[in-house]
Design a protein around this ligand. Structure first.
Ligand code: AMP
Length: 531
């Protein structure tokens, strides 16, 4: 018989061994989602490419074919000696090839940098240089836009980029690390230049699994890519969808009647978009002949800005779709909250239900949200970014005391639902795209006739908010000239749609612009200060 002490030692050894030797922690990796589809649903149609595009479309691919292309692409990057950790930037409209890159680049340890295709050459150049991209892939229609850019490898998506694929070799294995950066998504915020949000494999995993669960993504779903894939990796939906073997229909350009036609043709069940997209679909429904496609079947996720209650109600009454609101940021991968019609609301009228849905939503599993002393919404979750690429100070400002500071002002109600009421950050959201006021002010300031400028967001029926510049001019210049001046230098959606000339602008005693005072007259009849 072993002595009591020896027995205790043995138990101790086994406990230690079981911790060190038997404990299994499999790194969460973005490839997990596609790998499951390849194993379980190899013959399913994974993606139907956009037929009307400048490159030869890929037509349709099964999950087995998509998986093969994804691996062949990574093997091709190996052949070019593009190391793990290298950044691969892409400027493209939605396409099957863009989707393929989203699955392929991070899966074998490189970092994917999808860039907004609406940006001007100088804006794209800033991002490509800032992230130190080794390769830039570009939509054929945008090839001219980036022709002057210096980058080691530049390829046009289509036949040229397809030559990268190496179907005869396997990609170099990557030792998966769930904390490695998978993507860098540039977002306009409080600074003049956009910041690169580092999203890790773990972030992707948490976002995709909670999003998929809350939305009930399943193997019968067919998703329409109305949302630009560059925007926070299509909100991470491509991962959630692949995990369940759901089909994906690519849409290159948002167009109301075409969205309805594709929903009908492909039996679409899910789509995502900004409130402006929901309104475009509602407009198309007005002149649609016959029953609305997807009625009683489609669920549409709306976010990026607060949808008007009337839009939410009409989505139910005019389209017959289920509408869910979510809230989040690029910095949060993005999913923080969801507001999906609950069982308790079944007996409400559509207008009462729309009132309930007109809140950003309740925290998703694993997210904790609170409104701090200043009324700013703060979040804790596994979807919070790793940081801003090469901007440790901006990261430290955003993530403080274990909480991510969203820059959105709001409250959490008694049911735990978040209401977004205003914005602490100087950002305008027009049609779901973020515009940094400072960036637009900086451009206007370079015009010789401008002595003072303040750029603000004002309510707009179609876009939620639109950009307005208040200027004090030192010389002769017209509103049209100033708008055109901005359009030459900035993406169209960032440019003012109106300019007002003032003799002075409201400032504090220390000379700081009082934006809230300047905004006041335009927002005074609204129940919240953002749209
Ligand atoms: P982005 O990083 O481009 O996704 O923009 C994130 C910002 O969009 C947030 O900080 C909010 O200001 C805004 N936003 C996103 N979803 C909502 C929502 N459901 N309601 C109100 N604002 C939203």
């Amino acid at each position: 018989m072993p002595s009591q002490a020896a027995g205790n030692r043995l138990v101790g050894i086994i406990a230690r061994r079981s911790q060190s030797e038997f404990f299994m922690k499999v790194p969460l990796c973005s490839l997990d989602f596609l790998e499951r589809a390849e194993t379980v649903y190899p013959d399913r149609i994974a993606v139907v490419d956009e037929p009307a595009q400048p490159a030869t479309p890929l037509s349709q691919l099964t999950y087995a074919q998509l998986g093969q292309r994804v691996r062949a692409l990574s093997a091709g990057l190996d052949a070019l000696d593009i190391a793990q950790g290298a950044r691969i930037a892409v400027v493209s409209h939605n396409s099957a090839r863009l989707l393929e890159l989203l699955y392929s680049v991070p899966a074998f340890g490189r970092i994917f940098v999808p860039i907004n295709f609406r940006l001007k050459p100088g804006e794209i150049e800033y991002i490509v240089n800032h992230c130190g991209a080794e390769m830039l892939l570009v939509d054929p229609e945008l090839a001219e836009v980036v022709s002057g850019l210096k980058v080691k490898h530049r390829l046009v998506l289509g036949e040229e980029s397809d030559r990268l694929h190496r179907f005869d070799s396997e990609p170099r294995p990557w030792q998966p690390d769930e904390d490695a950066t998978a993507t860098i998504n540039y977002t306009s915020g409080t600074t003049a230049m956009p910041k690169g949000v580092q999203i890790t494999h773990r972030n992707i995993w948490s976002n995709a699994s909670t999003f998929g669960w809350h939305l009930g993504i399943n193997d019968r779903d067919i998703y329409l890519h109305t949302l630009p894939m560059f925007h926070c990796n299509g909100w991470g939906m491509p991962f959630a969808l692949a995990g369940m073997g759901a089909g994906q229909i690519v849409l290159r350009q948002v167009d109301g009647p075409e969205i309805l036609r594709r929903i009908e043709r492909h039996g679409v069940t899910v789509l995502c978009g900004a409130p402006a997209v929901a309104n475009i679909i509602l407009d198309a429904a007005e002149s649609w002949d016959g029953p609305i496609p997807g009625s009683g079947r489609v669920r549409m996720v709306v976010a990026g800005a607060a949808p008007p209650t009337r839009t939410l109600e009409r989505m139910e009454t005019v389209l017959g779709w289920e509408v869910c609101q979510i809230y989040g940021l690029t910095e949060t991968s993005p999913l923080l909250t969801i507001n999906r019609p609950r069982g308790e609301w079944d007996d409400l009228s559509p207008s009462e239900r729309a009132q309930k849905l007109n809140r950003a939503g309740a925290p998703v599993i694993g997210a904790r949200l609170r409104s701090d002393e200043s009324g700013e919404i703060c979040a804790r979750s596994n979807v919070i970014m790793q940081g801003y690429w090469e901007q440790p100070e901006a990261t430290a400002e955003a993530i403080r005391d274990g909480w991510f500071h969203t820059g959105d002002g709001g409250v959490v109600d008694d049911e735990g639902y978040v209401h977004i009421q205003d914005r602490k950050k100087d950002v305008i959201i027009s049609g779901g795209e973020n515009v940094s006021s400072i960036e637009v002010e900086d451009v206007l300031f370079t015009h010789p006739a401008i002595s003072e400028v303040a750029v603000i967001g004002v309510p707009d029926e179609k876009w939620g908010e639109t950009v307005k510049a208040l200027v004090v001019s030192a010389g002769e210049v017209s509103e049209r000239e100033l708008i055109d001046y901005c359009r030459e230098r900035l993406a169209h959606y960032k440019c003012p749609t109106s300019i007002e000339f003032r003799s002075e602008l409201a400032r504090t005693a220390t000379g700081k612009l009082q934006k809230f005072k300047l905004r006041e007259p335009y927002w005074k009849d609204m129940d919240r200060q953002v749209n």
